[in-house]
Ligand binder design. Structure first.
Ligand code: ZN
Ligand code: ZN
Ligand code: ZN
Length: 370
């Protein structure tokens, strides 16, 4: 466990009047103690009071996977016949305000709400952990840089024509990209969107049996997570590049030029002190003024770390000013239903020396013969 992170969580709890944090499935727990809860019907839960010792309640059979940290948290294994809800409620005691991990399964939340005192106030743990996780420490930025460089190498394969496209299905290319992400050091593949031609107009298109044809633009958006420990240290990559199989039609080339300009301008605007929504606004204004405003149908970006999507969100309404260490994607897109779609995505870190774009691979619409 990172004792410094635990101290920061406790300080934020005290500041927000949170007496107890309960963390289960999701990225908060690995970020805090280096252990990821199995998404099981058996409960794993860190019980973290604002004062006093933290306890990890864990099924007996999972306990061997927990690296003990003496003086930081106690491991409380439970047997198959035990009731972990009772154990957590007992450790919690009577408590005023509980913040529970956002991804905790509803069955456990409901059971805990029944078991704990009726007057207990419940809120999401992300109100405590989100702003802390969003600001990366130097080692976390290096891990993100390592992950981004690995994703860049796969994108370079794509742009270099080393990943066969024409005649293969989107699903085959997706699997190929996934294998390359693993070969470049990722521990797992989180997604590998491959969207050909008109399918790219759906930003989160599910790659399927659709065969890629000559002359099409193919959108590839992929990322994974490095294993904890070692370089990459449990952090995520996420990149989008589009390639064109042959010279793109004028309409597509013109739109891509606007997209490219918007993305680079938004990256350049991501300076310390700039509100997140202003970074979104920079990309959106360029795209809107070129006449594509109604085809840019999502926010400009999301934070990234141990989770693919976390704070800070680069979206209208988020007035949070960027601080040194905020890491997030900048990924505007233009989508024309029935015809084509395009997106350009880098991971960027706001630093006192200016925006640091971690993805460096070619940003143009590369023409490939593959
Ligand atoms: Zn996305
Ligand atoms: Zn992406
Ligand atoms: Zn993304």
């Amino acid at each position: 466990m990172d004792a410094a992170r635990l101290d920061r969580v406790r300080a934020a709890m005290a500041e927000q009047g949170v007496d107890l944090v309960l963390l289960s499935v999701g990225a908060d727990l690995p970020w805090l103690i280096g252990y990821e809860a199995m998404p099981l019907e058996r409960l794993t839960m860190l019980v973290l009071p604002v004062d006093g010792e933290a306890t990890l309640v864990v099924p007996r059979l999972e306990a061997p996977r927990v690296v003990p940290r003496d003086g930081v948290f106690t491991i409380r294994p439970f047997e198959e016949a035990d009731d972990p809800i009772e154990i957590v409620a007992g450790l919690a005691g009577p408590v005023g305000t509980v913040a529970i991990g956002d991804r905790t399964w509803a069955r456990f939340v409901v059971d805990l709400q029944h078991r704990m005192a009726a007057g207990t106030a419940w809120r999401r743990a992300s109100t405590v952990t989100g702003p802390l996780r969003a600001v990366k420490e130097p080692a976390e930025i290096e891990a993100l840089r390592h992950a981004a460089a690995a994703a860049d190498r796969v994108a370079a394969d794509l742009q270099g024509g080393e990943i066969p496209l024409v005649g293969r299905s989107e699903a085959e290319v997706s699997a190929d990209i996934g294998r390359r992400l693993l070969a470049e050091g990722h521990g797992r593949v989180n997604f590998a969107i491959v969207a050909a031609g008109e399918n790219a107009a759906s930003p989160h298109h599910e790659p399927g049996g659709r065969v890629i044809r000559p002359g099409e633009v193919v959108l590839c958006d992929f990322g994974g997570t490095f294993f904890p420990g070692g370089e990459g240290a449990g952090y995520c990559s996420d990149i989008t590049r589009c390639v064109s199989l042959g010279e793109p039609p004028t309409e597509v080339a013109e739109a891509y030029a606007v997209l490219h300009e918007a993305q680079q301008a938004a990256v350049a605007a991501a300076t310390v002190g700039t509100p997140c929504e202003e970074v979104d606004g920079v990309a959106r204004t360029i795209i809107t003024e070129a006449g594509y405003g109604d085809r840019f149908i999502h926010r400009t970006g999301h934070g990234i770390g141990v989770d693919e999507h976390e704070d800070p969100y680069v979206v209208g309404g988020n007035r949070t000013p960027l601080v040194n260490g905020h890491a997030f994607s900048v990924e505007p897109g233009i989508y024309t239903p029935g015809s084509w779609g395009m997106r350009l995505e880098d991971i960027v870190v706001a630093t006192d020396a200016g925006p640091d774009a971690l993805n460096r691979v070619d940003h143009t619409l590369v023409v490939v013969d593959a």
